[in-house]
Design a protein around this ligand. Structure first.
Ligand SMILES: *[C@@H]1O[C@H](CO)[C@@H](O)[C@H](O)[C@H]1NC(C)=O
Ligand SMILES: *[C@@H]1O[C@H](CO)[C@@H](O)[C@H](O)[C@H]1NC(C)=O
Ligand SMILES: *[C@@H]1O[C@H](CO)[C@@H](O)[C@H](O)[C@H]1NC(C)=O
Ligand SMILES: *[C@@H]1O[C@H](CO)[C@@H](O)[C@H](O)[C@H]1NC(C)=O
Ligand SMILES: *[C@@H]1O[C@H](CO)[C@@H](O)[C@H](O)[C@H]1NC(C)=O
Length: 209
């Protein structure tokens, strides 16, 4: 009985190590997966709109951001399709100026977008509203202006939206009352006008505003 178990454990380990190697080989040898090609194109477009005096993004050149370890680009293995996807863009405090490119909206697997404490100007691209996987949208401490796009109110998994210390103007769109998961919504030190839509108080999980 005990021997049978040991044997079974041996087979399971052999099988899982075989499959692990297959997966690892697949990640390296297959041609770049389509979503990664899209992500590379988008990241290049994003970089072109930024000014980067400290050359933090100098390594955003080599073909694959996941294997070549581009600064701030975090790829995570997705068991559902066995590919690496760009899931985080963490560019906190990198002395970046320039604007946010609409191509951000093409990073469709992205969960965390962090540009806090830079000198970004221009407006929030409405295309960010297409990133349905987005959980954290962190833009505090820049000089972002213009209105809040309605489209951001349709992000089903957004839990945290930090936009304090910018120069956003106009009202909070009514669509923001659709954000089912939002817990933290930081907007202070902007030029928000008008009333807070009463619907926002109905947000089920909102804890900090
Ligand atoms: C990726 O780059 C960061 C800093 O740029 C470094 O700390 C890290 O060790 C690198 N990781 C790999 C796997 O090369
Ligand atoms: C980075 O930006 C900060 C604030 O804008 C500035 O005080 C600092 O001097 C900059 N650092 C460099 C090395 O340029
Ligand atoms: C939202 O989160 C849920 C639970 O984690 C997940 O199952 C779902 O795929 C996410 N939606 C998107 C569009 O990523
Ligand atoms: C903020 O935006 C307003 C216009 O909406 C502009 O007049 C003002 O100069 C901006 N302030 C800063 C600090 O960028
Ligand atoms: C934020 O706004 C408050 C009130 O308008 C002001 O007293 C404070 O100095 C501002 N903080 C910063 C860092 O701009």
């Amino acid at each position: 009985m005990a021997r049978g178990n040991v044997c079974l454990v041996g087979i399971v380990i052999a099988l899982s190590s075989c499959c692990f190697h297959l997966l690892a080989a697949q990640q390296i040898t297959l041609p770049l997966e389509v979503s990664l090609i899209t992500a590379v194109t988008a990241l290049r477009a994003i970089r072109r709109k930024l000014k980067d005096p400290l050359n933090n993004l100098i390594n955003w050149k080599k073909s694959d951001p996941c294997i070549a370890n581009w600064t701030g680009v975090i790829c995570i293995f997705d068991p559902s399709d066995a590919y690496l996807h760009v899931k985080e863009l963490r560019l906190l405090n990198k002395n970046l100026s320039g604007t946010l490119a609409p191509e951000l909206g093409q990073l469709s697997y992205m969960q965390i977008l962090d540009f806090m404490w830079n000198d970004i100007t221009g407006s929030i691209p409405k295309e960010i509203g297409k990133i349905t996987a987005l959980q954290l949208l962190l833009l505090s401490g820049n000089q972002i202006s213009g209105p809040l796009p309605d489209e951001l109110g349709f992000l089903p998994n957004l839990t945290k939206f930090q936009l304090d210390l910018n120069n956003i103007s106009g009202p909070i769109p009514k669509s923001f009352a659709n954000l089912p998961q939002v817990k933290h919504f930081h907007m202070n030190n902007n030029s928000i006008s008008g009333q807070i839509p009463p619907e926002l108080s109905a947000l089920p999980l909102l804890q900090h505003m």
